[in-house]
Design a protein around this ligand. Structure first.
Ligand code: ARG
Length: 475
């Protein structure tokens, strides 16, 4: 059933209908469309634009449709253009002409913008809970390995020793920023377009503030043209989801390296690895690889929406129909990746001995020599030069730094006394990194404690919002 047609002498050509149809992907907005129809109905009823008996009949049918939708018995037909026309078709089948009453003061332009905001808020709140579960898994591992030394890398070359718990905990911080981005996004997105009509508001006595409140939004959007044209919330959501994907991808890259034979640090649980169809010995980190690969798809979804928006005149244009599939796809992608990734992290075990054995190799303690000299009053450039000479002598003679003799140290720089031995150990180097945010055991311990309380705060914030939202949706 088309929602327009009076001024046309024929319906759309078959290929035009096929191009224009969005029911295949926008049907998932149906619960939000029904809910926002209930809010619009109350506004029409309160303004005495619909009689109470009619409003009751419409309300009952909308509620019945909510139940049928949840049970899977309310279905679209391939003749429906989109979710809005499909639901109006069903309402008209159930109510006769009264089924079209809700179109008063409402256009699909404000309707689809409202539905999509509700959908995004609902689903991204759920994704935030998955992100928190991943943070918890990371922190548990960080806590388990917060006494395990490992080499830290820059340029993928041994740099300085770190505690492996510190290495792991860093990922919980990136995810914490993602959660804070979601909170900021929520604050901007939680405004209702309903009541904007096609673009100019309404001559009927609607109450956008009331429907906004009914739908759990913070308020109504202040400009009706902005209300129907704004898709910043879609682009921003896609950026946040891409950023989460990029964080998982970078983390996945580490998991791939660490589980390689060359590193031999990480052992994946059998349930979180896959085999090869030809090489019986293989145990592959496919979850980490898929996370890395899917980041490309998330970025693609973001760029497709940005490109669609660029140059679009403000107000509704049909191009905006292209906002949904990328958003749905990014949400679905992360809903698949995050739980599997969390399981992989939670079940990976690390080889402490192997990590510890390589912590001091590759001259990773050279900075300790330079810092030792700085503490003795030597300017850093000179200290750096002397430490570099120590590395040079070791390289020429095939030794590690701690294998240099007192005489050799002394010959390189007179301030390199036997006290240097105290800092030339991985434990000594780790213990000395006591700055805020550093890798000393005490610093890592307090970092993990702070992260734990941050996560508890996020957990509460997101649980409150999810409760608020499900209360509004009547779940
Ligand atoms: N299916 C459309 C969309 O997703 C709904 C809005 C249609 N509005 C219109 N004026 N044709 O954007």
């Amino acid at each position: 059933m088309a929602l327009w047609g009076g001024r046309f002498s024929s319906g759309p050509a078959g290929d035009v209908f096929a191009l224009s149809q969005s029911i295949d992907f926008d049907w998932r907005l149906a619960p939000y469309d029904l809910r926002s129809s209930l809010a619009h109905l109350s506004v029409l009823e309160n303004a005495k634009l619909i009689e109470k008996s009619d409003a009751d009949a419409i309300r009952n049918v909308l509620k019945e449709m909510q139940v049928e939708l949840a049970e899977g018995t309310l279905l679209p037909s391939d003749q429906d253009e989109d979710v809005h026309s499909a639901l109006e078709r069903v309402m008209t089948q159930k109510l006769g002409p009264l089924g079209g009453a809700l179109r008063a003061g409402r256009s699909r332009n404000d309707q689809v913008a409202t539905d999509l905001r509700l959908f995004s808020l609902d689903h991204i709140l759920q994704l935030a809970e998955f992100v928190i579960a991943l943070q918890r898994a990371i922190l548990k591992k960080a806590d388990e390995y917060n006494d395990a030394p490992a080499p830290g890398f820059t340029h993928l070359q041994h740099a300085q020793p770190v505690l492996f718990g510190h290495e792991l905990a860093k990922h919980a911080h990136s995810l914490d920023r993602d959660l804070s981005r979601i909170r900021d996004w929520y604050a901007r997105t939680s405004f209702s377009p309903l009541g904007a009509g096609a673009l100019a508001g309404s001559s009927l006595e609607l109450d956008p503030e009331a429907s906004a409140k009914d739908l759990g939004f913070e308020g109504a959007i202040e400009n009706s043209i902005d209300a129907v044209s704004d898709r910043d919330f879609v682009a921003e959501a896609l950026f946040i989801l891409s950023m989460i994907g990029i964080h998982l991808s970078r983390m996945g890259e580490e998991w791939c390296l660490w589980s390689s034979t060359e590193f031999g640090w990480a052992t994946l649980d059998d349930a979180y690895a896959t085999g090869s169809s030809i090489m019986p010995q293989k145990k592959n980190p496919d979850i980490a690889e898929l996370a890395r690969g899917k980041a490309g798809r998330l970025i693609g979804n973001l760029t497709s929406v940005l490109a669609m928006l660029k140059g679009l005149p403000f107000a509704y244009n049909r191009d905006l129909q292209e906002d949904k599939e990328p958003l749905f796809d990014s949400i679905d992608t992360l809903a698949l990746v995050l739980p599997a990734f969390t399981g992989m992290v939670a079940t990976t075990s690390f080889d402490r001995a192997r990590m510890a054995a390589s912590a001091s190799t590759g001259f990773s303690l050279a900075t300790e020599i330079a810092d030792f000299l700085v503490r003795d009053g030597i300017p850093f450039a000179q200290a750096h030069e002397a430490a570099g000479k120590c590395v040079h002598v070791c390289e020429e003679s095939g030794r590690e730094l701690h294998e240099l003799t007192d005489a050799e140290f002394n010959a390189i720089h007179p301030s390199l006394t036997s006290g240097i031995r105290k800092v030339l150990s991985v434990d000594g180097a780790l213990a000395s990194r006591t700055t805020f945010g550093g890798t000393a055991p005490k610093s890592v311990e307090s970092q993990i404690a702070r992260l734990n309380s941050k996560i508890s705060i996020s957990e509460k914030w997101f649980a409150d919002k999810a409760n608020h939202f499900s209360g509004m949706m009547g779940q």
